[in-house]
Design a protein. Structure first.
Length: 528
């Protein structure tokens, strides 16, 4: 049964092995069939080719325990980046170093539960500026000015609660975006690997408790600094210990996900405790960060004033299950507002009518980033806005494809106004930008959405052309699926499925869903 530990060892990752290379891996990877857009299929393969350049074995003496994928941003591995990298690697599990990449972070977890968001790839040491070598109460080394400022060593001012009695091992710069539990749950959704869920549960609980100990303000919300969105115009207004709608919602998401994990592992008591914590935090977010007049979630200054800047952070409450039905409807409508977030390339990180919005991207001043777009999509799905989620996913896929046609590669982020890379943005970035060409193609164009815990694959047929996937990996087995419109009768479809094991397939076409029991071997299905 799952328990809430005082301390437990990090999970053991797989032993180092020879790394897969694209030339030998391609014929084993899932192979999408989408005859409507062969250019998107080509983009899918380009993304995998770039991803394969970024597989690594642990360096000797690093203390890392597993082969890993890295965004190759610099000499460090990043926790935020790696969480999103695992999400497209899930579809190729266990062929590639995907979810196991997180084991290297668990291996570096401090005794109090802290995990640094940035660790040197060669030495395995926490990135030196983010180490609290002074033993001070929590502070931000770079200050809330972030990349635009000097090293300022700004302290966190706790209001309405005493400062923690012990100093953290790390600075606030290192403790942002608690997404590990969500990344593990996304993996479980595809792979159904319950053994891994049991292995990672204890480190996830200790990580959550450490952030709760150091980052929670007296109002029940959570502080953040520049590192959540490097150069966002909101950052300076958070100075000193202001609360982020993203950091607060991500902690609610963490609690809710830990509740689900505990339930899967048979610990109803822990599931209830984490569920109650998620509900309590949700109430605090809705009471303090939701503006009923502007109908949006805003960050909070240290003095308790809402920061009147609409950023993509305002959509995290959807993914976290924080929003009520009316709030979710308002956020969905905001995503369709051309004055703010419905720009030609959806969804910019800063609303287009905010001062400082950069049509060329400007990093977090209006660029489109695959991680935040994925957050928006998953949040919409959670509240039943599946059609809108698909529209945003395919819009992103379209623009990534257009930019690839003109530049020959995939970029770190994108402009929201034109089919162009963001300025600035790194090229050959797979990297989290593999989410669009790989995950969005399979889930929203081909239409395959797995639920491994229920041994169910849901397939939404939303094209009039041949569609499917060979070597699709789901719940520990490999399937090949193909759907073709009937000759002379486009309303009828012939669907073939070859499976290694029995599973349930739910086919949706034109709003009608039909369930099929898939047997091992070849299955021929009719749909009209």
């Amino acid at each position: 049964m799952a328990t809430e530990p005082a301390h437990s060892p990090a999970p053991a990752g797989p032993a180092p092995a020879t790394l897969p290379r694209f030339a030998t891996l391609r014929d084993r990877l899932p192979a999408p069939i989408f005859s409507e857009r062969p250019d998107w299929v080509a983009l899918y393969w380009r993304a995998w080719e770039l991803a394969c350049r970024n597989f690594h074995l642990p360096a000797v003496g690093s203390g890392f325990v597993a082969p890993f994928i890295d965004a190759a941003f610099n000499q460090n591995i990043f926790l935020w980046d790696t969480c999103f990298l695992t999400m497209f690697c899930n579809v190729a599990h266990p062929l590639v170093p995907g979810i196991g990449s997180l084991d290297n972070f668990y291996a570096k977890q401090h005794p109090d539960g802290e995990i640094c968001r940035e660790i040197d790839r060669q030495t395995g040491r926490d990135f030196a500026p983010w180490v609290n070598r002074e033993g001070r109460p929590l502070f931000s080394r770079w200050g809330w000015g972030g990349l635009a400022g000097d090293l300022r060593d700004d302290p966190v001012d706790y209001r309405g609660r005493p400062a923690p009695a012990t100093a953290p091992r790390l600075t606030l710069d290192a403790l942002n975006h608690p997404l590990l539990a969500w990344a593990e749950w996304e993996s479980y959704r595809v792979t159904g690997d319950r053994d891994r869920l049991a292995r990672v549960y204890d480190p996830l609980v200790r990580y959550y408790r450490a952030l709760q100990h150091y980052l929670r303000q007296g109002n029940g919300l959570y502080v953040t600094d520049w590192a959540s969105m490097d150069n966002s115009p909101r950052n300076l207004r958070l100075r000193g210990g202001g609360c982020g709608v993203d950091s607060s919602s991500e902690m609610a998401l963490g609690a809710r996900t830990l509740a689900a994990m505990a339930g899967e592992l048979g610990d109803g008591g822990a599931a209830g405790r984490f569920g109650r914590e998620a509900d309590e935090l949700s109430r605090a977010i809705n009471a303090q960060l939701w503006d009923p007049v502007r109908r949006f979630y805003f960050d909070l200054t240290l003095e308790g004033q809402r920061i009147p800047i609409r950023t993509v952070a305002g959509f995290w409450p959807l993914l976290a299950g924080v929003a009520g039905p009316d709030q979710a409807q308002a956020l969905a409508e905001e995503l369709d507002n051309p004055a703010t977030f419905r720009r030609p390339h959806r969804v910019p990180t800063l609303a287009a009518n905010e001062p400082g919005y950069d049509p060329a991207g400007g990093y977090w001043c209006g660029a489109v980033w695959a991680p935040t777009t994925t957050m928006v999509i998953r949040g919409l799905e959670r509240y039943g806005f599946a059609g809108q989620a698909r529209d945003i996913a395919l819009n992103h896929l379209e623009f990534v494809g257009r930019v690839d046609e003109t530049t020959g590669t995939i970029w770190e982020n994108y402009a929201a106004e034109t089919a162009a890379p963001g300025r600035p943005a790194q090229p050959d970035f797979v990297g989290w930008s593999g989410l669009g060409p790989i995950c969005y193609l399979l889930e929203f164009a081909v239409g395959l959405q797995p639920d491994a815990a229920a041994n169910t694959l849901r397939w939404r047929l939303a094209t009039d052309s041949t569609v499917g996937c060979d070597r699709y990996r789901f719940n520990g087995q490999v399937l090949s699926l193909r759907a073709e419109p009937g000759a002379g009768r486009p309303e009828s479809w012939r669907v073939t499925v070859h499976a290694e094991r029995a599973c349930r397939l739910e086919l949706t076409r034109g709003g009608q869903t039909t369930a099929f029991a898939i047997a091992p071997g070849a299955n021929s299905l009719g749909l009209s």
